[in-house]
Ligand binder design. Sequence first.
Ligand SMILES: [Zn+2]
Length: 306
Amino acid sequence: AVTPAGEILAEWREATRGESNEELSSQLQEVLSRLMEMSTVRPEEVAGVGVAIPGRVDAQANKAIGCSNLGFRNLDVNEVVKAITPAPVALANDGNAGALGEKWFGAGKGIDNFCYICVGTGVGGGLVLDGRLYMGETGRAGEVGHVVVDPRGPRCRCGTVGCLEAMVSGVGLPILAERLLGEAEVRKLGRGAQEGDGGGRLPTAQEIYRAAAAGNAAAQRVIEEAGLLHAATVVSLLRILDLRRIIYGGGITAAGALFIQAVYQGLKELGYRITQPDIVLSPLGEKAGVWGAAAVIGERLQSMKA
Ligand SMILES: [Zn+2]
């Protein structure tokens, strides 16, 4: 719950309990009621409700169409919210919500042309062009995670081969590490191996970044390769869209300077020197979801006024 001035009144975090339409609806309604209670706001006092979800959405109709990781289908978010408050509703996928969060509250403030790239379990993103969120012909624009960076790479969960997400995300980075180092080497970076139980499972993306930060040369090689793949994506974005800034967010970028340095190193390796690229980390951290949802409804209310 956020005021129009950008002050957080209340926040609540919980895992999804189920993924059917019914389960998600009742959980959303519960959380909405709880947030209103926590911030002592009555249903008729709510200015608007912003909802950000993973997967495909129909932003015009406020319908959550579906998501490859969750089982809901054609969830009518207007109906879900109407049971709790008569306030207007706006829906966006998490990548676009993240981009709007940056535009309103983060590193995109006052910047008309930028791309937000969220590197977590998957890779999502959103584009702000000429000061507005760019949705594209079918609302699928900004899917930076599914840009092909290696036509000989592993198959992505979207069905395409060599997507950025399949190689640098929380799920993809361990696969990239295995391709690069071989299974025996990569298992040495896993927790089991470090605890000396001899086994060693595949390391998580966080463990790979941590090992690289601690000076492990094999892990550093993986991070450099990931930086190169990010850089290839950044060059394409800058070439096609002439952006002012690239903003990275998401759990994997908690590696901070190590993450950004690898991207800059990748740009150098690619020989990109048209403009000085402006690549930054999101300042919103783990509250990016709160700010994103607030920005989604803020943007909608603003366009209703205009
Ligand atoms: Zn893909």
